[in-house]
Design a protein around this ligand. Structure first.
Ligand code: PLP
Length: 404
């Protein structure tokens, strides 16, 4: 008899590493060189980790051979508390921080500790798809609210409110956003907080890109605007410090914790069951968060990320029938293909056809739970030469599809 996967996985998808990556890997095995613009992993594109972080991890390796507290090393958690105090969040203490093996582990943990079958969670469309997958895996029902491309990809507050039911438990925001690059201004965040307040919702804020901001963008942690509500804020070392392989992130519980003692007990239980997070990487957290922030050199004019964003954004908008909002943060572009010019019915097939023809890997918009087949995501981590090459190939491929 066939051995089948759990039915809990039936509606779980994670297309960033899904069928399109399998196809690219199969082509690589045949000897093709593929330009992979599918994953936001800075190191393979030549981004170096800050030296002092590496030095810390190496020096502390002999001290990191045992398990630590399930919630993480004290010094790391204390530094995280201080970081949020600097961002204007008060009333938090070391016990409110859980260090995890990346934000990924903590997203799954936060959903598993909360959701019962049929509970609903509001998630942005488009989203970073782990959120939808984690809710589904936990027995919850993801309900997607729209972000409005015509309004800088900010969340559509009316759509959020319209989708609330008696089963809604919380609202997820990803700010700065993956895949759109939107950074939400304070009034938008205040609007979300007002809705959460009216309907008694928990706010889950994924802020892993809070230091990757371009031009004049300012980041506000939504938790600072919602000290009367329960907020769970996520962040980590993977992106701002270019050490995604260290698997180090954290979750901070803030606001109305008194109402949530039972949920917090659930979080403690799940943290204990996986014993602790990778200890070596935790030695880097305190050093990472304090002092000179090398990411700032990459995001200002002349810096690598800034210039790569400029080039990719300009080149994409120069392709007939392609339009792309300029990202204010993060590492991605989420361009639109005008359906009148490119009538794409199956966007995964579009990505596979482009891969086959031009040896460049992108990810389809529906992989980010976008409800239409007219978008795709580009990672702008490669050097400008490689980005120029990849987008030129896209332009050439799209010319073969144009209907007018
Ligand atoms: N959240 C967002 C919005 C992301 O884009 C990513 C990774 O791409 C993660 C979380 C996962 O990060 P980590 O490496 O900390 O697991």
């Amino acid at each position: 008899m066939e051995i089948k996967k759990s039915s809990k996985l039936l509606n779980v998808c994670y297309d960033i590493r899904g069928p399109v990556l399998k196809a690219a890997n199969a082509m690589e095995e045949l000897g093709h060189r593929i330009i992979k613009l599918n994953i936001g992993n800075p190191a393979p594109f030549g981004f170096e980790a800050p030296q002092e972080i590496l030095a810390d991890v190496i020096a502390n390796l002999p001290n990191a051979v045992g398990y630590c507290d399930s919630k993480g090393l004290f010094a790391a958690r204390k530094a995280i508390v201080q970081y949020y105090q600097q961002k204007g969040l008060f009333g938090v203490e070391v016990g409110d921080v859980y260090v995890g093996n990346g934000v990924s582990e903590l997203i799954v943990m936060a959903m598993q500790a909360l959701l019962n079958n049929g509970d609903e969670m509001l998630i942005p469309a488009p989203d970073y798809p782990l959120w939808t997958a984690a809710v589904t895996l936990s027995g919850g029902t993801p309900v997607h609210y729209l972000c409005d491309e015509g309004n800088n990809w900010y969340p559509d507050l009316a759509d959020i409110e319209a989708k609330i039911t008696p089963n809604t438990r919380g609202i997820v925001i990803i700010n700065p956003n993956n895949p759109t690059g939107a950074v939400y201004p304070k009034p938008v965040l205040e609007g979300i907080v007002a809705i959460a307040r009216r309907h008694n919702l928990i706010i889950f804020a994924d802020e892993i890109y809070d230091k990757i901001l371009y031009d004049e963008a300012q980041h506000t942690s939504i938790a600072t605007l919602a000290e009367d509500l329960l907020c769970i804020t996520f962040n980590g070392l993977s992106k701002s410090y270019r050490v995604a392989g260290f698997r180090s992130g954290w979750l901070m519980v803030s606001g109305n914790k008194k109402r949530a003692t039972d949920y917090i007990e659930g979080l403690d239980m799940l943290a204990s069951m996986r014993l602790c997070a990778n200890v070596q990487a935790q030695f880097a957290i305190q050093t990472a968060l304090g002092g000179y922030q090398s990411i700032n050199d990459l995001i200002r004019p002349g810096g690598r990320l800034y210039e790569q964003r400029e080039l990719a954004w300009r080149m994409l908008n120069d392709i007939p029938g392609v339009s792309c909002t300029k990202p204010e943060g993060a590492l991605y572009l989420f361009p639109r293909l005008d359906p009148a010019v490119y009538p794409i019915e199956d966007d995964q097939q579009f990505i596979l056809d482009f891969l086959q023809a031009e040896k460049v890997l992108l990810v389809q918009g529906t992989g980010f739970n976008w409800p239409h087949t007219d978008h795709f995501r580009v990672v702008f981590l490669p050097h400008t030469d490689e980005l120029r090459e990849a987008i030129s190939r896209l332009s050439r491929f799209l010319a073969t599809l144009r209907t007018k």
